[in-house]
Every structure is written in C-alpha cells, then in structure tokens.
Design a protein around this ligand. Structure first.
Ligand code: OGA
Ligand code: MN
Length: 356
C-alpha cells in the first residue's frame, strides 16, 4: 500500500502567498505588477485598456464625491481576467482624507459591527476614536508602545453585516449603509457600466504593517452579477489575483493609496489574497497623494466630502504611518430577491422566472 501523503499538497496560490508574506529574507517584489509603472514591468504585457462609461457620471457629480472627472480616469484590464478592472487613484487631491477619517472616526461607531465587539463590552468599543486620539497624537516611533484601540481594529462591517462564522449575511443583521460611501460606490460602479449596482454591504479592513489577508473568494453575496468594489488608502499592498481554482497561480499586483479595484463578471468569484503590506519608500511617512492639503474652494453644499480638520488629520496621519485601510463594497441581493427564511427553502425569487 502506498504511504499516505503527509499534509495537504501545497497549491500554486498558497506557494506564492507564502513567498510574498515571508519576513526574512524579504521577497523580491520586482515581479509585482505596478499599474503606475507599466513601462518597467514584465507582466505589463498582460495589461489591457478598459473602457469606462465616461458620460454616465457628470463631472459635477464626480467632483462632489471627491473624484476626478471620469474622462480623466485611467482604467486597465488584465488578459485572462475578464471583468477585472483596475483604476489607479481617481480621487481629487486631498479628497482621500475624507474616507480615511470616515473609516477611523465614523464608520466604526455603533450600530456598525467591528472585531473588537467580539471580546469587549459595548462601553469599551464605543468611541474608539475618542479613546485612541490622545495616544496616537503622542505616539513615538517606538514599536514597543502598546497599541491604541484603533490600532487593534481589524474590520468593521456596514449595511448587511457579514457573519464571519456562518460566512453569510442575514435580513435581521443590518445597519444603514453610509450615504457618502453609497454615492462613491455608485459613481464607480456606473462608470464601469453597472448602472443598477446597489451598495448593500461593506467590509472595511484595517491592516498594520505585519498584517495579511488569507486566500478567499467573496461568495456570500446572493447576486454575483454585480461587481465587488475595493478602495485602498494608506500604505501599499501586494494583492494576489488568482483563478477559479486554487491550483491556478495568481498574478501579483500592487494596490497603492487611492487605487480602486473592481471584480465583476467572470472575475467576481476569483480567489484573491493580500499577503503583504508594503510601506512607502524610506523617508516618506505617508503616500504622496495624501500629503497635499485639500484646495480651498468655496464649499459646495452638495459635496459629500467634508473637509478634514487639521486636528483630525493629525490623528489619521499618525495612524496611517503604520497602516493600510481597504473598503470592499458589495451588493448582496438581486432585484426583488429575499434571503432564504428557513434552511433549505431556497433564496427567494431569484433568478426570476423567464419572461418576467
Ligand atoms: C476583502 C478583500 C482585499 C484588500 O475584504 O474581501 O479581499 O485589498 N480585501 O484588502
Ligand atoms: Mn475579498
């Protein structure tokens, strides 16, 4: 009888995940595709231009969401990954600050849910911002200082709350989806050709320099015909974009602050992971695109971007010196779809009967 194999056979995805996660010696990042430096990269040959729906979002609506006019965005696809769209930082100068502040000061507030709720009582997790502010402001560069509560934050869920144990959403565990984030998401979805996208759930991930996100597929949403949108701020990361099976070797790419990634169509259900956070080059505390202060334009009352007061930015900037924030936005249900009410009862009227 043949001896049984010892442990699981390592698939191609896991092999690359471990390669990029390795601490010592640090991995060679020259094979990581950088959409900002296409001239310098071997895998740039796989890069395609992606078409956007330029006139579907007015310049004024884009401006009010802190975005460049869609006509100025670049958008790329990747050979072999239909439906994958990469938009290098489409934000206006200074406007990423709004989203960073929301992710640190506003979205972690109740009734939204976060990882700290699992092992702390509600009085302790109320006002993470207020409780961490002073500690972050006087933070030195010492690695041994205790982490503030904000630095212990790993995820926040908004809208339908993703349940990490059951790996599902449910109709009775839901809070309001933030209106500003809904507007941003809808503009990006519409520009990518998804005019009916409904932002219903958001998972915000908070990474420290030593964090990673394991290999997974986002399949808990009941409607996979709508895209998954991903926004990144702060330090860069290596993102591994795999195939429908873990045996397929992934394509490594950089996500920098402000970059937007869209997984739609065939690419909606691909394996992916974040094995590594990549700090800014030596000397730069923050990515350059976060440095410029917002323009002093007369306030547009319809803008969803609130100017970030300097005293708040000071806290955000210290936090970001060791962190990356990612927001992934999803539509959960198809049109008129309901959650299954009882086990085994199916997922409601979806797909709709032909002809309806
Ligand atoms: C996720 C995810 C990727 C990232 O939240 O499902 O894949 O870049 N995030 O943080
Ligand atoms: Mn994911």
């Amino acid at each position: 009888m043949a001896a049984p194999a010892v442990g699981p056979v390592e698939d191609a995805f896991r092999r690359l995940f471990k390669f990029y996660k390795r601490r010592q010696p640090p991995p060679d990042l020259s094979g990581v595709l950088d959409f900002n430096r296409l001239g310098l990269n071997a895998s740039a040959a796989k890069v395609l231009d992606a078409k956007l729906s330029i006139s579907s979002v007015s310049d004024q609506d884009a401006l009010r969401a802190g975005l460049q006019p869609v006509g100025k965005w670049k958008a790329y696809g990747l050979q072999g990954y239909p439906g994958f769209i990469f938009i290098p930082n489409p934000f206006l100068p200074g406007c990423q600050r709004h989203w960073v502040r929301q992710c640190l000061k506003v979205y972690p507030q109740k009734p939204n849910v976060c990882n700290l709720d699992m092992h702390m009582v509600s009085e302790e997790t109320a006002d993470l911002w207020g409780k961490s502010r002073a500690q972050l402001r006087c933070k030195g560069s010492g690695k041994r200082e205790p982490r503030s509560l904000l630095e212990k934050l790993r995820w926040v869920t908004v809208g339908y709350h993703y349940n990490w144990d059951s790996k599902s959403y449910s109709s009775d565990h839901r809070s309001l989806f933030p209106t500003d984030l809904a507007v941003l998401s809808q503009h990006v979805a519409v520009a990518c050709g998804f005019s009916h996208f409904k932002p219903e759930a958001g998972i915000l991930n908070y990474y420290q320099l030593d964090s990673s996100l394991g290999i997974h597929v986002d399949e808990a949403e009941l409607d996979h015909s709508q895209p998954l949108l991903s926004f990144s701020f702060g330090h860069s990361s290596v993102f591994l974009l795999g195939g429908l099976k873990r045996e397929e070797a992934p394509t490594p790419l950089f996500m920098h602050s402000g970059d937007v990634l869209v997984m739609s169509g065939v690419s909606r259900l691909l394996y992916h992971a974040v094995p590594r956070i990549v700090p800014c080059p030596e000397g730069a505390a923050l990515p350059w695109c976060l440095s410029p202060t917002p323009p002093e334009d007369p306030p547009d009352t319809l803008s969803i971007i609130q100017p970030c007061p300097e005293e708040d930015w000071e806290v955000c900037a210290v936090y970001l010196q060791g962190s990356r924030i990612n927001m992934t936005i999803r539509q959960v249900l198809g049109p008129a779809q309901l959650f299954p009410t009882e086990p085994g009862q199916g997922a409601g009227p979806w797909p709709p009967p032909a002809g309806v």
